[in-house]
Ligand binder design. Structure first.
Ligand code: NAD
Length: 498
């Protein structure tokens, strides 16, 4: 069995202590062991990064951007290899795994613009002989802690802006699918990144706590579940670090009576069941407005769900979704399904008996559709993170809007309608970070920013886009005076600019 490593100072370094199993979710077999770093191992990686960061920070931004340019070429070159490794550990289909790499790669492309994005501000003659300018300087050593569900995209969203800004970056990827992050580190070295500037340190809570306790770490970018996001945000901020944490989700899609019902049903199938529902931007709640709309939707959803092909990624490119990530994730999803039934929701499509010949030990979960879900039920309140779509029936637009507004999560949402007035009203009033209008998964492109509201996001800046360059730099403002009258001697009054 393969034993994975850390990536420290430009090489693979074996772990010295605890290890965890990495599964093949399709077969249920353990396919590798990943080392779980101790505090001492994490501290050593951070110290080594701190030693080399000043030189990288002083490298001109265009040279740093050229590393990103080459990295893009290498990511495209190795796309198939990366996607295969990703699918093997995560379980998603190959086209979906390629999408995972592609959406990360696009942020690397954005970072090629670092020289422009890092330009400061300049005021000529702010006073007699006085110029004022602001610089965007790197923070030093920063860290990213990332989830299992996008093992390429989210590490790339974090590392590319952080490195382009001149920081050294410590990546603590998910211990469930650590191979792709290690491959990304190898590619960055090939692209010309100096050794020690990117350290990939595998681990679990001990490694995360070591990051939180380490005084050299200036900033932490986290993506994962909300309880851990809150924990890291609170502890990181208390330690005086800059912290942004993105958490869980429960994304609602409102379907107005005037919507194209076939289009809405197709959108719900992809957004609800793609990647087995293991996306923070998955639609997990459909809210049709009016009984007629609800009935029309259910009528279209049932045959589409029954046709879904659930299989391992090796079964071909027509697979709709694969297994969920672990046996524990499967048990949690099926436990919530039982709760939904017990609490009175109507299970319209029942995937509980799903079995795949030859893959009986894999973590496959059949698709589920619940109707008549109400806000007090666990399946509505909790993030299921599985192939389970819940329908909540609303009598009016205001009631539908209220469901999405009142939910504690605020990552993404969508409305399907043909009416521009309703769409505008929705986009203006909704208290959710990313909004789709006739678009079910409104993930912003690399040059915009990504972030949820309410319990889906903690911190005041978003991921990627211009916000990432703000997050990974700090501003220094210089007031420079080159007066002709300097020979006149000292001035002791605190003066306003003339
Ligand atoms: P998770 O919270 O279990 O793990 C995320 C990271 O935190 C991992 O690196 C893990 O090792 C670490 N971690 C886990 N338990 C910890 C603990 N007790 N103390 C310190 N660190 C700990 O999340 P996950 O299961 O890997 O990912 C799925 C979750 O991520 C879902 O809730 C999903 O909605 C969310 N997510 C959010 C976004 C977003 O942008 N908002 C994007 C992707 C995923």
């Amino acid at each position: 069995m393969q034993t994975l490593s850390h990536w420290i100072n430009g090489q693979h370094v074996k772990g010295t202590g605890r290890h965890a199993d990495v599964f093949n979710p399709a077969t249920g077999e353990v396919q590798a062991q990943v080392p779980l770093a101790s505090t001492a191992e994490m501290d050593a990686a951070i110290n080594a990064a701190a030693a080399v960061q000043p030189k990288w920070g002083a490298t001109n931004p265009q040279r740093r951007a050229r590393v990103m340019m080459e990295f893009v070429r290498l990511l495209n070159r190795d796309m198939d290899k990366l996607a295969e490794a990703l699918s093997r550990e995560h379980g998603k289909t190959i086209p979906d795994a390629k999408g995972d790499v592609q959406r990360g790669l696009e942020v690397v492309e954005f970072c090629i613009g670092a020289p422009h994005l890092l330009k400061g501000e300049f005021t000529d003659s702010a006073g007699p002989g006085i110029d004022m300018y602001s610089l965007r300087q790197p923070l030093g050593v920063v860290a990213g802690i990332t989830p299992f569900n996008f093992p390429a995209m989210i590490p790339l969203w974090k590392m590319a802006p952080a490195l382009s800004c001149g920081n050294a970056f410590i990546l603590k990827p998910s211990e469930r699918d650590p191979s792709v992050p290690l491959m990304l580190a190898e590619l960055l070295q090939e692209a010309g990144l100096p050794d020690g500037i990117l350290q990939v340190v595998n681990g679990d809570k001990e490694a995360v706590d070591a990051i939180l306790d380490n005084e050299t770490i200036q900033a932490i970018g986290f993506v994962g579940s909300t309880p851990i996001a809150q924990y890291i945000y609170a502890r990181g901020c208390a330690a005086g670090k800059r912290v942004q944490c993105f958490g869980g989700a429960k994304n609602h899609m409102i379907i107005m009576p005037d919507a194209d019902m076939d289009q809405a049903a197709d959108a719900l199938i992809g957004a609800g069941f793609g990647a087995a529902g293991e996306r923070c931007m998955a639609i997990s709640v459909a809210v049709p407005v009016g009984e007629k709309t609800a009935d029309a939707l259910i009528e279209r959803l049932i045959p589409r769900i029954e046709k879904l092909k659930v299989a391992p990624y090796t079964a071909g490119n027509d697979v709709d979704y694969g297994p969920v990530v672990t046996a524990a994730a499967k048990a949690n999803i099926l436990g919530l399904v039982e709760k939904g039934i017990a609490q009175g929701a109507k299970l319209v499509v029942d995937g509980r008996d799903f079995k795949l010949q030859g893959y009986e030990d894999g973590f496959f979960v059949g698709p589920h559709l619940f109707d008549h879900v109400t806000p007090d039920m666990d399946i509505y309140r909790k993030e299921i993170f599985g192939p389970v779509l819940c329908q909540v029936r609303a009598k009016s637009y205001e009631e539908a809007l209220g469901y999405a507004m009142d939910h504690e999560y605020g990552n993404g949402t969508a409305i399907f309608t043909r009416d521009g007035d309703t769409a505008r009203n929705f986009a203006n009033r909704i208290n959710i970070g990313m909004v789709g209008i006739n678009v079910p998964i409104p993930v912003p492109l690399a040059y915009h920013t990504f972030g949820g509201w309410k319990k889906s996001g903690f911190g005041d800046l978003n991921q990627h886009g211009p916000d990432s360059f703000r997050f990974y730099t700090r501003t220094k403002t210089v007031t420079a005076r080159w007066p002709s009258g300097i020979r006149q001697g000292g001035e002791f009054n605190f003066k306003a600019m003339d």
